[in-house]
Design a protein around this ligand. Sequence first.
Ligand SMILES: C[S@@+](CC[C@H](N)C(=O)[O-])C[C@H]1O[C@@H](n2cnc3c(N)ncnc32)[C@H](O)[C@@H]1O
Length: 172
Amino acid sequence: MGSIVRSGPQMCKKMTHDIPKNKDIVILELGAGDGAITDYILHRMSNKSLLIVFEINSEMVETLNRKYSDQKERLIIINDGAQKLETHLEKLNISQVDMIISAIPFIALPEEIMHAVLKVSKKVLKIKGIFIQMHYTLQLKHIYKTLFGNISTSFVALNIPPGYVFKCIKEE
Ligand SMILES: C[S@@+](CC[C@H](N)C(=O)[O-])C[C@H]1O[C@@H](n2cnc3c(N)ncnc32)[C@H](O)[C@@H]1O
């Protein structure tokens, strides 16, 4: 399911740069793989923040469960597609989140999956909440611009392959 490319340190730092260190928030990570970015999120977020990870590949989820067995108080790992995240949040009694960090390779997936994930992501984000997405090309930038309006792009040259990080803020 999707690309197996693992983000390098510079990409992980850029993806997690906006996480406040001293504020307790709820963060979603979409498409965690074996946890390259998850490591950085857990390291940067406050002790009482909550990270909820969605990963569709059950082998990756087994790896994540093993790797983070000591993080149960601040990390919930869900083995399901991010397009179904609202149902899972409802079960957790969470209606709104502060930040969403996604490495789902939308370019390699059916368009309807991308639209479903982006639509529900915007829906559950708080006003002024941040949606971060990585891509290896600018091909889909217009999708984020149309959905969020407020978007900035960073180029991460020191990654294999080099990539882009889109930062979108929910204004309304
Ligand atoms: C390119 S890997 C990124 C892994 C890691 N976050 C990193 O940056 O190194 C993308 C991951 O997204 C997962 N994925 C693909 N479609 C998904 C979906 N609809 N919901 C959740 N995860 C998905 C894949 O299984 C894969 O592990």
